[in-house]
Design a protein around this ligand. Structure first.
Ligand code: ADP
Ligand code: MG
Length: 576
């Protein structure tokens, strides 16, 4: 919370200016009833044009000043709230970028989106209300009360007697609305999640004919949110009428008692009119304030949700030592007794893994799905940190590199290829910003992507849709491979990147790649034995443990798990 308030610091001067403007407005408006009461009580001498012009002129000037103050105040109010929202959004976005996969998993992408957009908007709206109402209404109220007292103490006291009743209503209503407001933001999260899943999974949903199912799921969440909102409105709707009832009773009492006092000449008509106007001001202010009271819980809930992001310290941070890591340009990867637990799991995803992947060699990892292959290679670019043991790159613990320095060395092709909206070229260029067209063409050639790229109407400038939905799975993978290849990294990591390729393309790609990656460390995760048979070393994973390590031949003779995988895939001739 403190952190969020600190975002207001740059706008202190805006607040000061707004405050001055509000004070100007309030004093202008509050002096009007006084002048009116003067006119009513003393009257105007027949034909006294001067007096009319003078008083009327003053009132007009006051009205103009007051209007100008409102306009300016709204301007500063908008400056504060929009600027504040921009700063918080920037900061939240920055923070989220520093998150490692663990933090992403914890909060969930949908919630992060709701928080960055919806919650910050809630705060922005609240701030607008704050400058317009919270700063102004108390001033109006205090001014009105003081002036009312100076006009007539008895009547002001009648009015003050109403205050406890009004407070009771506010407290009663907020008691119910605060918890509801928190729920609302959670429900918005839920809807966001469903919409996101629906949009990203649209093809699967259609293919499985689950449109109605998804529709229902959305309807339930939607109704859920609506119900809470209606309930909130129901409770809140009690507030306004109840307050006006009380305030109107006060007005009646003032008129009633006032008229009696006028009769006995203890009070003048003009004064009573002035008091009534002050009461009106107080009423309006209270009404507006009560609206803010209804907004506050939701804004507070939003502020908490945003603080939660801002206060999350990413697990993976850069070392704060300044020493330069010696840039040896090798790329040796070593695992030393590495174990790893996912945040929400008691069982180790990796158990005591040790191996070394040497430059100039291809190290392959094979194993059934869920055996921990992806988990293992995610530790190299520090997408996660090892729970026990050490991951070393060129003899230095990955935790001692800055994340940028480390990832500079690595060309990573994830299991699920991800493309970004743009062109074929812009996607490949991701790997190397200043790549020339020739380099791009070469990378595409190695990745066996040239044929299908050139077959497209615009060749390398062909459009790629968001998420790469307008190319096939295998094409997507080949572009992701080209993106890694163009980087010429010291360490190549392919997480099951050849699975969507046909055997022939797979073989061609590996041949082209091995010429290109001669001096680099290549780590290939694969399901197909044929993909990795010729690797310099094969690691066999089973349920998070390394159960075998060696060449194809060695493992086939010595490792039961490996032999089973081979026998299930290859024919006798292929094995020979
Ligand atoms: P592979 O790539 O060999 O198919 P993974 O490394 O993806 O296997 O997964 C290994 C194990 O870790 C699996 O049992 C899987 O359920 C679990 N796992 C993977 N990702 C997560 C995660 N983000 N949180 C918790 N458990 C996970
Ligand atoms: Mg995997």
């Amino acid at each position: 919370m403190k952190k969020i308030i600190s975002f207001l610091k740059p706008y202190v001067w805006c607040f000061v200016l707004a405050f001055v403007l509000i004070a100007t407005r309030v004093s202008c408006e509050l002096s009007l009833p006084n002048m009116m009461s003067d006119i009513v009580d003393n009257g105007i001498a027949r034909g006294d044009i001067n007096y009319i012009l003078k008083t009327g002129g003053i009132m007009l000037v006051l009205a103009v000043i007051s209007t100008a103050a409102i306009v300016l105040m709204n301007y500063f109010g908008a400056t504060i709230s929009a600027g504040f929202a921009r700063d918080v959004r920037k900061s939240v976005f920055h923070k989220v970028q520093s998150f490692s996969s663990a933090e992403f998993n914890k909060m969930g992408a949908s919630s992060l989106i709701t928080r960055t957009i919806n919650d910050i908007t809630q705060l922005q709206n609240f701030l607008t209300m704050f400058t317009r109402i919270i700063m102004m209404c108390p001033m109006f109220m205090i001014g009105s009360i003081v002036l009312a007292f100076s006009k007539d103490i008895t009547m002001a006291i009648i009015f003050l007697a109403l205050v406890p009743f009004l407070l009771a209503i506010i407290i009663f209503v907020s008691k119910y609305t605060i918890p509801l407001s928190k729920t609302i933001q959670e429900k918005v999260d839920k809807i966001n999640l469903i919409i996101r899943e629906k949009l990203t999974g649209i093809r699967v949903i259609r293919a499985f004919n689950k449109d109605t199912h998804e529709q229902k799921r959305f309807d339930i969440a939607n109704r859920d949110l609506t119900d809470v909102m209606i309930l909130l409105q129901k409770i809140s709707s009690v507030m306004m009428p109840a307050m006006s009832l009380i305030l109107n009773c006060g007005t009646i009492a003032i008129v009633w008692i006032g008229s009696k006092r006028i009769q006995s000449e203890a009070l003048q008509v003009g004064d009573m009119m002035a008091v009534l106007q002050y009461v009106m001001h107080i009423m309006m202010s209270l009404m507006m304030l009560s609206m803010v009271f209804l907004m506050y819980p939701r804004a507070a809930a939003s502020a908490n949700r945003i603080s939660e992001i801002l206060n999350t310290e990413p697990l993976i941070v850069d070392p704060n030592c300044d020493e330069e890591n010696s840039k040896t340009e090798k790329g040796e990867v070593e695992f030393k007794n590495v174990s790893f637990y996912y945040d929400n799991s008691d069982e180790a995803a990796l158990k005591n893994i040790s191996f070394t992947a040497k430059p100039g060699q291809t190290t392959a990892i094979i194993g059934s799905t869920g055996s921990g292959k992806s988990t293992l290679i995610n530790l190299i670019p520090r997408l996660y940190d090892a729970t026990e043991g050490q991951v070393l790159v060129d003899g230095i613990d990955v935790k001692d590199y800055t994340q940028q320095e480390l990832r500079e060395k690595i060309g990573f092709v994830p299991q699920k290829a991800v493309l970004f909206s743009g062109t074929v070229k812009s996607n490949i260029r991701w790997g190397k910003e200043d790549a020339t067209d020739d380099e791009i063409a070469e990378a595409a050639e190695i990745a066996q992507a040239t044929d299908f790229i050139l077959a497209k109407e615009d060749g390398f400038d062909s459009h790629i849709a968001q998420g790469g939905t307008n190319v096939s799975g295998g094409q997507k993978q080949r572009l992701a491979i080209a993106r890694a290849v163009i980087k010429k990294p010291e360490i190549y990591i392919f997480d099951d990147s050849f699975s969507a390729l046909d055997f022939k393309t797979d073989a061609n790609l590996r041949a082209a790649l091995s010429a290109h990656t001669k001096n680099s460390t290549v780590i290939i995760v694969a399901q197909r034995v044929s993909t990795i048979m010729n690797a310099d070393r094969i690691l066999v994973m089973d349920e998070g443990t390394l159960v075998g390590s060696g060449t194809h031949k060695e493992l086939f003779d010595s490792c039961e798990v490996y032999r089973e995988i081979v026998l299930s895939q290859l024919t006798k001739e292929e094995m020979a």
